[in-house]
Write a protein that binds this ligand. Structure first.
Ligand code: TIU
Length: 234
């Protein structure tokens, strides 16, 4: 077992990379690009873009070492059978989930807007979890996939910090996973929520987990040789 130690808040986060997954939550066009669900909710989608470069850095480090990477997408079946009426109605939107927008039907699986942005395109072999809710565990096979791979620690990135990232970290915490949230690898439409959501993770001795900037993780990973595993990416 290799123990990697990251300087984090509220104290050092130690993990074995073999039993750790990088989670990239909902980095979809629908949240990050104009014309998608995020903008229809009244948000300035440019607020989320600063998370892209830090996630790319960590993604490259994980791929080079053959470590587990998992992507998630929020969205629904084209027949809307998995869309709760309460979620469909929320916000009183004139164009909402299932309706046609410039990137296809809003938040519907298979549509352009639903897919992950080009900058973070998944590679073959990296599981993609399609989730109908805000949490990545609810109504998905994520927990089985993590158990089957022996994953115990999660490095959490993606959007939005106080919505899908927080819900996922809370779900993971209750299932016994240790979560490190990368402070520059998550983003919110609201700077004040970004700050307080990160504080809420690490407060009270790490009530939900740990937080650290991506550079702290990259520095901790740097001694770990690249191409450890057969699926390592150059
Ligand atoms: N609206 C908002 O901030 N987020 C979501 O609806 N979904 C996710 O966070 N992925």
């Amino acid at each position: 077992m290799t123990s990697i130690v990251v300087q984090a808040s509220p104290y050092d986060f130690a993990f074995d990379p073999v039993s750790t997954a990088l989670m990239i939550i909902d980095m979809q066009r629908d949240f990050l690009e104009p014309g998608g669900f995020g903008e229809l909710l009244g948000n300035d989608v440019s607020q989320l873009r600063p998370a892209i470069a830090p996630i790319r850095g960590v993604l490259a480090a994980f791929r080079q070492r053959g470590l587990t990477v998992i992507h998630t997408r929020e969205g629904h079946r084209p027949d809307l059978a998995d869309l709760p009426e309460a979620k469909r109605q929320r916000g009183n939107l004139s164009c909402g989930i299932g309706d046609s927008g410039p990137m296809g039907r809003i938040l519907i699986r298979g549509e352009k807007g639903h897919d992950i942005i080009d900058e973070l395109k998944p590679l073959p072999g990296e599981p993609i979890i399609d989730k109908p809710g805000k949490g990545s565990f609810y109504a998905t096979d994520l927990h089985s996939i993590l158990i089957n791979r022996g994953i115990k620690h999660l490095i959490v990135t993606g959007v939005t910090t106080e919505v899908c990232v927080h819900t996922t970290v809370r779900e993971a915490n209750d299932r016994g996973y240790e979560c490190l949230v990368l402070s520059d690898g998550v983003a919110s439409y609201f700077p004040e929520f970004q700050a307080v959501a990160l504080k809420m993770i690490a407060a009270q001795g790490g009530i939900f987990g740990w937080t650290a900037p991506s550079i702290a993780l990259l520095e901790a990973l740097s001694p770990l040789p690249v191409a450890l595993a057969p699926n390592a990416q150059p």
